[in-house]
Write a protein that binds this ligand. Structure first.
Ligand code: NAP
Length: 299
């Protein structure tokens, strides 16, 4: 049976490291670390993410400000707000929660953030820096996955890694970071032929697709490390297979892309959903805040 890649436990260890690093900087007359989170509109998922990131920042001793802006805000006003945070020396990181309302040009917003404060690593300058191996923030989820593997002493160098999904958010940067750590990387996506065959070659298999049940037991080679990034809300079933409901609404359950009960007996390691990559993404945002803070205050 696979050993668990416990994201909650590992995220806690990352938070301890951040607190230790911040404590070591105390007494150096630096500005206190300050993260700004901007939410446009009131999408409930965005509210949850922003609140979780802000609370996590406070927990490690990083001051946090949430800017909640109305969904009707004009692009000009939003860009002016970002410019003010860019210019504010008391602010070390800026995160604009996506998605943005359709009348706003997301690309323009991403590119308006000062790359030195770009905690999500979405700015093309930071994407470029990462691509050529320069220091700086790294995309949160991929960096969180690497921290998780490192925490459990899982070697990446020389391994065959398969990444399912090629988004700019997860799949593509993860493949680059695995390559930088000397894995032999294959990227697969919706047009890949023979997905099962490709996956069976993986010693490290990461699924970042968003399809419940995509990774089945026959796609996993014995002993493989399986990392499940997917987050899918599926109807919850009772023990007799019937749909569970509450006040006439179907009860939903959060699952990943991997058929966990079927894959767990085969894999060497497996990350659960929830409690795997999710907590690591938040810890990774905090790690980036520390990275940006040190670069702004010490360099
Ligand atoms: P995305 O932008 O929708 O990308 C999904 C990728 O999966 C695409 O590259 C797509 O291929 C590929 N794909 C679709 N169907 C496929 C199939 N049948 N076989 C193989 N590949 C397939 O999604 P994302 O933003 O990368 O997120 C992926 C999942 O991770 C989502 O469930 C998201 O909620 C979750 N997520 C979780 C966290 C976390 O912290 N836990 C963070 C980020 C994302 P094409 O490019 O060919 O269309």
């Amino acid at each position: 049976v696979a050993k668990l890649l416990d994201g909650k436990l590992c995220a806690k260890a990352v938070r301890v490291r951040i607190r230790t690093e911040l404590a070591a900087l105390e007494g150096r007359a630096l500005r206190p670390p300050h993260a700004v989170f901007i939410q446009v509109g009131d999408n409930p998922a965005s509210t949850t993410y922003v609140n979780a990131k802000s609370a996590a920042a406070l927990k490690v001793g990083i001051r946090s400000t949430i800017g909640r802006l109305p969904s009707e805000i004009s692009q000009t006003e939003l860009l002016a707000g970002i410019a003010a945070h860019n210019a504010d020396e008391q602010v070390h990181s800026i995160l604009v929660q996506l998605p943005l309302p359709p009348h706003i040009d997301t690309r323009a917003v991403i590119e308006a953030i000062d790359p030195r404060k770009d905690v999500d690593c979405f700015h093309p300058i930071n994407v470029g820096r990462m691509t050529v191996g320069l220091p700086g923030p790294k995309p949160a989820t991929p960096q969180g996955i690497l921290m998780l593997l490192e925490h459990y002493g899982i070697q990446v160098s020389g391994k065959r890694a398969v990444v399912l999904g090629r988004s700019n958010l997860v799949g593509k940067p993860l493949a680059l970071l695995l390559l930088e750590r000397n894995a032999t990387v294959t990227m697969a996506h919706s047009r890949s032929a023979n997905l099962g065959e490709i996956c069976r070659e993986a010693e490290i298999l990461v699924s970042a697709v968003g399809k419940a049940g995509l990774v089945t037991a026959d796609m996993v080679s014995p002993g493989a490390v399986v990392v499940d990034v997917g987050t899918n809300h599926v109807p919850q079933l009772g023990s007799d297979g019937s749909l569970l409901e509450e006040q006439g609404e179907p009860l939903l359950q959060l699952v990943g892309d991997v058929d966990f009960p079927a894959v767990e007996p085969i894999a060497g390691w497996i990350s659960p959903v929830p409690g795997g990559v999710g907590p690591m993404t938040i810890a990774s945002v905090l790690w980036n805040t520390l990275t940006l803070y040190k670069a702004l205050e010490l360099d």
